[in-house]
Design a binder for this molecule. Structure first.
Ligand SMILES: NC(=O)c1ccc[n+]([C@@H]2O[C@H](COP(=O)([O-])OP(=O)(O)OC[C@H]3O[C@@H](n4cnc5c(N)ncnc54)[C@H](O)[C@@H]3O)[C@@H](O)[C@H]2O)c1
Length: 344
């Protein structure tokens, strides 16, 4: 990977200022070193006003094509609906920008392959997909332990992404562009499983699910609780659970089981290190949402991306990892519809 501007601050433009984009924007504006957030793009006037008034950003765009043509932007961060990622990433690369793409890369393989092909033509530019858990200190420590052979040969990953129930049903409106619960939530667990198991080839997937609280999802062929099993070459397996309906809070946890031990990351969703004991029992506060759980990881992820753009640190996470995660997610989604195991 070549260096673009190793010594100067990168000028970043962000597209998408919704649920996650606003948080990325705040972190980039106030808490990320070696870069300045100089531009923002959103079709929504209130989101542009947020960027101008709250973050002090002067270059505000309603139109993505005008945004991408701005010569004062070195780097584009895409936090837009997943269905737009591929075309916007390609436009950013072709405009000479480095690009960060929120997960998943795209909702079909042809789109993933188009992004990879364009990225290959621009080897001087960094293109990274935001699998944030790879930057979480606990997941990093677990992966280092697995790689050092401390649990022997890993053969099973059990991983879950479970959100607290949102009675407003934000994700129901989100369903048409998210790719469904597995592509939206389990794609993180899929990437983790591949990472922990040493990137084996996936062979087959089976999925099932139910709508426990949000029947409106059925219209989109989606579920609010989904279970999947993925079989890999060499015998390793992943067992995935995703939920939109937890009563207690957000709970992302992963168990990596090997021939000489196992690791458990994130169990019990504890918000802090306080355990309260009183006449009601023994309990701790729980995490409210994914951002509370992974705020430090999001910061480390953006720092790693900026470092890669400045040429000071190579990326370990590749676009082909992101393509494989989409490939597995698609087989899982097909199985949910067919009720049968599907080849990956
Ligand atoms: N890494 C994670 O854990 C994580 C968590 C949440 C969301 N995400 C990903 O982030 C992306 C956004 O999710 P969200 O929850 O913030 O969604 P959202 O719907 O809240 O936000 C989407 C934003 O994109 C903007 N937008 C729509 N069309 C646009 C266009 N043509 N150009 C520029 N902006 C446009 C919208 O105005 C909105 O600001 C999705 O791909 C999602 O999968 C990742």
């Amino acid at each position: 990977m070549a260096t673009a501007q190793p010594l100067q601050n990168l000028r970043i433009g962000i597209a998408g200022l919704g649920r996650l984009g606003q948080r990325h924007a705040e972190a980039l504006a106030f808490r990320t070193r070696h870069c300045s957030l100089v531009a923002a793009c959103s079709p929504v006037a209130s989101e542009r006003a947020f960027a101008g008034e709250q973050l002090g950003i002067g270059r505000l765009y309603e139109d993505f094509d005008a945004f991408i043509a701005d010569p004062e932007i070195d780097v584009v961060v895409l936090v837009t609906p997943t269905s737009l990622h591929a075309n916007q990433a390609i436009a950013a690369l072709e405009a000479g920008k480095h690009v960060f793409i929120e997960k998943p890369l795209a909702l079909n393989l042809a789109d993933c392959e188009r992004v990879l092909a364009v990225a290959e033509k621009h080897p001087q530019q960094v293109a990274m997909v935001g699998f944030v858990r790879r930057f979480d200190p606990s997941y990093l420590a677990a992966q280092a332990s697995v790689a050092a052979g401390e649990i022997g040969k890993p053969f099973l990953v059990r991983s879950q992404t479970c959100d607290q129930n949102d009675p407003e049903g934000f994700f129901v409106r989100f369903a048409p562009t998210s790719g469904g619960i597995f592509m939206d939530c389990s794609v993180h667990d899929i990437d983790l499983a591949r990472w922990m198991l040493g990137r084996p080839k996936a062979l087959r997937a089976f999925a099932t699910g139910t709508n426990a609280l949000h029947p409106a999802l059925a219209e989109f062929g989606d579920v609010d609780n989904g279970l999947a099993v993925v079989e890999f070459e060499g015998g390793a397996k992943a067992v995935l659970y995703a939920s939109r309906t937890m009563a207690h809070g957000h709970e992302t946890s992963t168990e990596i089981i090997g021939t000489a031990g196992k690791l458990l990351v994130g169990e019990h969703a504890a918000r802090d290190r306080i355990v309260r004991s009183d006449s009601l029992g023994v309990r701790h506060a729980v995490l409210g949402d994914f951002y509370e759980r992974f705020e430090a990881a999001f910061a480390a992820e953006m720092a790693a991306f900026v470092a890669a753009c400045r040429g000071v640190q190579p990326l370990t996470l590749t676009l082909s990892d992101a393509l494989e995660a989409t490939r597995i997610g698609l087989a899982i989604a097909r199985s949910l519809r067919s009720g049968m195991p599907e080849a990956v």
